[in-house]
Design a protein around this ligand. Structure first.
Ligand code: SFD
Ligand code: AMP
Length: 629
């Protein structure tokens, strides 16, 4: 068996991930670290040019205030996010994004990202109140280039390491000391020693059974390579986690997973049931049941889902996005025949570009199913659950807020530092501040990096590495390939063996458990205490069996540990849903044993932490403090 070489990297700030938040962190850290003579290292399991959620590009920037233009304010943003999350959000964190995000968006344009501009006014074209339209196929390439340039300008104090999968945190008592990872291309284990570490490894996909199975397996809305590493890393370090029950169920164009935002907001399309009824109108009375949040405008994303689901459950599905109607309405408003035809052609191009910029598979599916959006409506459906702190979910680490805004309960020294000293989180990794999206995640990376550099300046001592902990991790990395090597000859098919389990088999098992016991799409996102207790029992057995994961090559080795990362996310999710004795986000999940919202009793955050020494979980309620009236 090939031996792993151990490579040691000493740095000051270690940025784990190469996505939107990590690229923001790199740009900002380079600026502050240069002044202090500090080193910054960014490590991505892929390569930042095309890694993470923006790999395929995007067609809109979903968070742009337009403060200078007088369009929105950070206060308005806080009210919007609070409403959308049914009252549960960290207003200090959300406000902090709101007041800084426009500066980040301006940088994107300076770096070369093409924005849609109104021909007459020259203004950026709004997709919706908070969204602006971009020609964003190369969005990530542009953002990554700026990050790499910033680090390159630091000379030997700045480095980007590609294709290294970050596996485990290293701790020195209650302080972070670095991380261990392995190359997915070479037999190398990387030991990173750092004074501060940023977790920016995205969200979690593939925890639940996806709708796309069989030949469609791997197709998902959020990237399949976001496998819960941020959650695992922060949980394993002992950080307090928040909102782990708040999964996101995106309604998407069915099977291609094309996002719906541009259709609802820019094209002003309506979604209707198979009888042609607008469920947002016919089911509006249901909103009364969900307290003050049913009256919020726009209707919270989970309640929009819920109203649609009621029709599907009543046998009125499928639900269709009425693209032809919406496109025709644009044309009808133009009396001149020539101008109307020209506008219709533009609209057709915009409809296709929306997906060619962001979700190519949707454009392929339209082509494959002979769908012209101007002629035929498309089916939409709720997808499998995702864990994504930057979008309309909220799961992530519990982080300190900004000094000038955060109440004392939410402040412990450094902005976006987790409850572990020196460990920071941004983007999907940072919880309770939803609706950051791509621009807000980059902004949060910048905020966190600035604070991380300040932490390093205040805490310049080298953390100590615990040799026993490191040796155990290295042994763990070696095990799956060793297991394969020693046992594969016991059967003729390398995937079926009495001595081991391949990562794909493990993945199917965790997805089945989560789907059936924790409210996956095939159970209409419905669960109950008894189901969740059973699910936890099965997860415990799965965790035992994870010792039998085997890998034939480095790629499968990564798959093994991706699954182990997903399992940590799965466990905190079930435990937190079980703890919260209400149904607060119908349309995301529904507790059939406690089917109502309980305000104000449960208008609280639920935080969960694992003790790294014992592996025991503890949960607690934390008050929601309203800052914006
Ligand atoms: O339409 C490891 N998002 C949208 N944001 C917008 O602003 N506009 C949109 O139009 C958006 N839409 C959308 C979006 C995403 C996707 C997939 C689609 C459509 C189809 C959301 C944003 O993309 C999202 O909010 C941010 O990208 C989040 O940023 P961040 O940094 O938290 O996550 P990332 O960009 O996915 O990066 C993660 C990085 O971590 C790496 N990584 N590296 C080392 N070791 C490990 N173990 C690692 N695990 C992961 C990844 O490689 C990556 O570099 S719409 O639907 O609303
Ligand atoms: P999506 O494509 O669903 O991810 O949505 C993109 C953006 O539009 C996000 O900011 C959503 O919250 C928002 N959005 C999507 N659909 C609607 C809707 N029907 N009403 C208001 N906002 C929406």
């Amino acid at each position: 068996m090939a031996q792993f070489e151990t490579v040691e990297v000493s740095t000051d700030l270690l940025i784990c991930g190469g996505g939107m938040a990590a690229c923001g962190a790199a740009v900002e850290a380079a600026y502050w670290a240069k002044k202090q003579g500090l080193k910054v290292t960014m490590v991505d399991k892929a390569t930042p040019d095309r890694s993470g959620a923006v790999a395929m590009g995007l067609s809109a920037i979903n968070t742009y205030m337009g403060v200078v233009e007088g369009e929105n304010t950070p206060e308005g943003f806080v009210k919007y996010v609070r409403g959308d999350l049914m009252g549960i959000t960290r207003e200090d964190l959300v406000y902090d994004i709101g007041r800084h995000v426009d500066g980040t968006v301006n940088l994107f344009e300076k770096w070369g990202l093409p924005f849609w501009r109104d021909h007459e006014t020259g203004k950026r074209v709004r997709g919706g109140k908070w969204q602006i339209m971009i020609n964003g196929e190369s969005y990530k390439v542009i953002v990554a280039e700026a990050a790499k340039n910033a680090l390159a300008e630091m000379g030997d104090k700045g480095e980007v390491i590609d294709r290294v999968f970050i596996l485990e945190p290293l701790l020195d008592g209650d302080r972070i000391a670095g991380a261990v990872g392995f190359s997915v291309r070479e037999n190398k284990i990387y030991v990173f020693k750092a004074k501060a570490v940023m977790a920016a490894m995205g969200g979690a996909v593939g925890v639940f059974r996806p709708r796309s199975v069989g030949e469609g397996l791997g197709r998902s809305w959020y990237p399949p390579f976001s496998s819960g590493s941020s959650a695992y890393f922060t949980i394993k370090a002992g950080a307090e986690m928040t909102c782990q029950e708040v999964r996101f169920i995106p309604v998407r164009f069915k099977d291609g997973y094309g996002p719906v935002g541009a259709w609802f907001l820019f094209f002003k399309a309506k979604a209707k049931n198979a009888l042609g009824e607008d469920y947002m109108v016919t089911n509006a009375a249901e909103l009364e049941k969900w307290g003050p949040y049913g009256k919020v405008k726009p209707v919270p994303a989970n309640l929009r889902n819920w109203l649609g689901m009621l029709d599907v459950n009543a046998g009125k599905g499928p639900i269709y996005m009425h693209t032809p109607e919406a496109m025709a309405a644009f044309g009808d408003a133009i009396p001149d025949e020539k101008a109307r035809k020209k506008r219709m052609k533009e609209l057709e191009a915009e409809a296709w570009e929306d997906y060619l910029d962001m979700t190519v598979s949707q454009a392929l599916l339209w082509a494959g199913e002979n769908i012209r959006p101007e002629d035929r409506p498309s089916e939409i459906a709720g997808a499998e659950p995702y864990f994504i702190g930057s979008h309309s979910g909220a799961s992530g680490a519990w982080c300190s807020g900004p000094e000038d805004l955060a109440p004392k309960e939410y402040f412990w020294g450094y902005n976006r530092m987790t409850t572990v000293k020196g460990l920071f989180a941004a983007g999907d990794a940072c919880g309770a501040s939803s609706h950051k999206f791509s621009s807000g995640s980059h902004t949060e990376g910048r905020i966190a990096a600035k604070a991380a550099v300040a932490f390093i300046v205040d805490n310049p001592s080298e953390p100590k590495i615990d040799k026993a902990q490191l040796d155990a991790i290295i042994e763990r990395i070696n095990r799956p390939m060793k297991l394969f090597e020693e046992n594969h000859a016991k059967s003729s098919d390398p995937n079926i063996n009495p001595a081991f389990m391949k990562p794909r088999q493990y993945m199917h098992r965790i997805q089945k458990i989560m789907d059936e016991y924790a409210g996956g799409y095939s159970c209409a996102y419905t669960t109950s205490a008894k189901l969740m207790e059973k699910g936890l029992e099965k997860l415990a057995m799965l965790k035992e069996d994870s010792e039998k994961l085997a890998a034939e090559n480095l790629h499968e080795l990564m798959r093994c540990f991706e699954n182990i990362h997903r399992t940590a996310q799965a466990e905190v999710h079930i435990r937190t849903m079980l703890f919260r004795e209400e149904t607060r986000w119908p349309g995301y999940y529904f507790r059939s044993d406690i089917p109502t919202i309980k305000d104000p009793e449960w208008r609280v955050f639920v935080n969960i932490a694992m003790d790294p020494k014992t592996g025991e979980y503890s949960l607690k309620k934390i008050p929601v403090i309203e800052l914006v009236k």
